[in-house]
Design a protein around this ligand. Sequence first.
Ligand code: GLY
Ligand code: MN
Ligand code: MN
Length: 558
Amino acid sequence: MVYLKAQTIHMHSITNRRLFIIAISLITVITTKAQKDLPGDYLSKEFHRSRREAARKLMPDNSVMFVFAAPTRTFSNDINYFYHQNPDLFYFTGYKEPNSVLLIFKEDQPALDGSQFNELFFIQKRNALAEQWTGRRLGVEGVKEKLGFTHVYNNDAFKEFPLDLSKFKTVIFGSLPEGLTDETNEKADLYDLVAQFRQKIQLPDNYSNSLYKDLGIFYGRASMPNMDRTINAFKTKMASTPVYKDNELVNAIVNIKDEKDLDRVKQQIADARNNTFLFDQITGALREIKTPEELSLIRKAVEISCLGQNEVMKTVRPDMSELEIQGLHEYIHKRYGAEEVGYGSIIGAGENGCILHYMENTKTRVGNDLLLMDVGAEYHGYSADVTRTVPVDGKFSPEEKAIYTLVYDAQEAAFKLLKDGAKWADASVAAKDVIANGLVKLGIIKNKEEVSKYYPHGLSHHIGLDVHDKGISQTLKKGMVITIEPGIYIPSDSPCDKKWWGISVRIEDDALIKENGYELLSSFAPRSIEGIEKMIAENSVLDNYKTPALKSAAKKSF
Ligand code: GLY
Ligand code: MN
Ligand code: MN
């Protein structure tokens, strides 16, 4: 099926008038058939409106914030990857279509007709032929009715919309979408919207996402004791990249001598007219705390992921492939209504578990080794992140048990420190300490400083609309949902006793931070050695599920 070709044939072979009639009737058919048998638990328009209100409260006086849709991306030839909305735009609108931009204003703005607005939404135009091929569009009326906006326009109205941006003290926006192409069949696609935006705010031609990102990280994290390292990093970039060298803020940063200078530069960054730093601060501050509506979706995503883990534990056999196991997890997810996975499923048998983000899943027989399964369902946009590591033959060997116990104890040490007001970094230190001491005791490392060789990643991150979700706080707060995921990975040829080679263990759970502790949202899947061995011994509804052998499977390899 070739979308563009088919559309071209239609365009050539029928008159405009007939095309219009066909378009209108197609839209009617598509719209009237759209509403049946959908899930009943999508985020409400009141939720999205409340998020825009909350952002408005955090915005400075006389400011406007722009939020762009995510770009579409080509998978192959004229086929796109499944479209995934920019989580910030989804958070503020619930809109799942591309080629759109939202404007949130701090203060009410006068419209030409005498009314007032404090947000504008430019969205993808309805197009019957495109909808027949690539899916329904809400259109202006749909966005008004379903998402609760009042000032909604087709995206081609953005260019000429009467709005004087020069009067705003601060224009807030996130990293601009990159690598865009001007799609010929859409007059105001994201490429055009971004170009028009750049022109409207007179963004310098040498504007650089990565420079603004670096300044944002500086704004959020720079502190005096580490200033030398930060200054050196900026100096290195100045030497190789003209846009850094010419930037006033970067020049101010490399001349920081004391706390006063640092505060002054931070203030300059916060006061910048074209301001991406405030975007990250505002969206990070909001998204790191989950509302009750979000929590109910996250709970579902996590529970579904655990049910996937449990079913696989019950049915896994050495002759299964990594791909088949991936399929079983994702089948369970979809059975419970999770549309997507929040990241590529990681099914690593034996040594493959040592590759932290292993997603090929090509091993045709998982065998009797440990099997590391890091799989997270995405339910209505919210992602879980759950890892279980299990012995395929049903029993942990003494070596596997020793490593697993260390990772388990590290997790326990971190859990004990989780509560509102705790320093997040303390949990990481506690977990790392358990692993470091344990590896020394087992003779795998000689001193604690070598721990990163076998535990090379961080302990924890937020989950939400992104599996590695946004946040700005160093302190844990009630309503955050974070992972706790220590791991030990010992590839073959590591400088330790051979008996440890090929063992990799990660245990990853999702915790809701509460006033005096936490709730383990992923407690539906066992994580103790006894719990896992017991689960593996159970029967599964997927046992004895036989499919015929492939007739074309004779050739083993090329
Ligand atoms: N699944 C990716 C991670 O654990 O962060
Ligand atoms: Mn994770
Ligand atoms: Mn994970």
